[in-house]
Design a protein around this ligand. Structure first.
Ligand SMILES: [Mg+2]
Length: 246
């Protein structure tokens, strides 16, 4: 039986596109785009560049500020728009401000209630600076649902996804076998591959219809498009021998 479900934060428990759309608007650059789809395309590219540059940041080759500027400039360049460093910085500042007003995705609270009813613990594993992530965690009210000890932030523990060591570390702290643990995340590279490599059950919340990397075809995972599809994927959660009434 599953003992605990850990979640990624950004773009898993809340929709990261929403604060990004607001940040574009308040930066006064909405007119650069033909429609919302183009902004979503830009956002996906920004995420990909962010993942690509993350390892350089973790290994000390690039500051977080440099990463934020480079990912933004590279994503805009991909869609044929040149932006100044000043605009990129303004966009980042607006994005950080909008992230303080984020809300949990629809279905997250009912999912937490169902997990609690099944006696399954809830936690978080997220990459980023501790205070920056904690601002979002507080804004989302997540401390009402999980112990602070069940929240693992990369800068706090000194290891970051996609290093599978993160998942080994959390497993040891949780005192569970890896097959008793589930990880839910939106990013193939940072969430699904390393949690699988650490022996966990991996659920890919793939609402943006991304493709897995062909060279990682050995990775086993479950997949869904929305939060509401997660509970039936939790191994054994619907079976009577677990003692769960749901
Ligand atoms: Mg994420």
């Amino acid at each position: 039986m599953i003992k605990a479900v850990f979640f990624d934060l950004d773009d898993t428990l809340y929709d990261q596109l929403q604060p990004f759309l607001m940040a574009i608007q308040t930066a006064g650059i909405g007119g650069l785009f033909s429609d919302r789809l183009q902004i979503e395309d830009l956002y996906k590219r920004l995420r990909r560049h962010s993942d690509r540059l993350w390892e350089r940041h973790v290994s000390g080759l690039m500051s977080l500020e440099e990463l934020r500027f480079e990912r933004t400039a590279a994503a805009f360049l991909d869609i044929g728009i040149n932006i100044s460093e000043q605009t990129a910085l303004q966009l980042q500042q607006n994005y950080e401000r909008e992230q303080k007003q984020i809300a949990l995705r629809e279905g997250v609270e009912p999912l937490f209630e169902q997990l609690e009813a099944c006696g399954i613990r809830i936690g978080l594993i997220t990459n980023g600076p501790v205070e920056h992530q904690m601002i979002k965690i507080r804004a989302l009210g997540l401390l009402n649902w999980m112990d602070e000890q069940a929240i693992y932030i990369s800068d706090g523990i000194g290891i970051a996804k996609p290093d599978p060591e993160v998942f080994h570390h959390v497993r040891l702290q949780t005192c569970c076998e890896p097959e008793r643990l589930v990880y839910v995340g939106d990013a193939w590279h940072n969430d699904i591959v390393p949690s699988y490599r650490a022996g966990w059950n991996s659920i890919w919340l793939n609402g943006r219809l991304q493709q897995p990397r062909a060279e990682e075809s050995d990775v086993e995972y479950m997949e869904c498009r929305t939060i509401n599809e997660i509970m039936p994927l939790i191994p054994s959660s619907g079976k009577s021998e677990t003692g769960c009434l749901l």
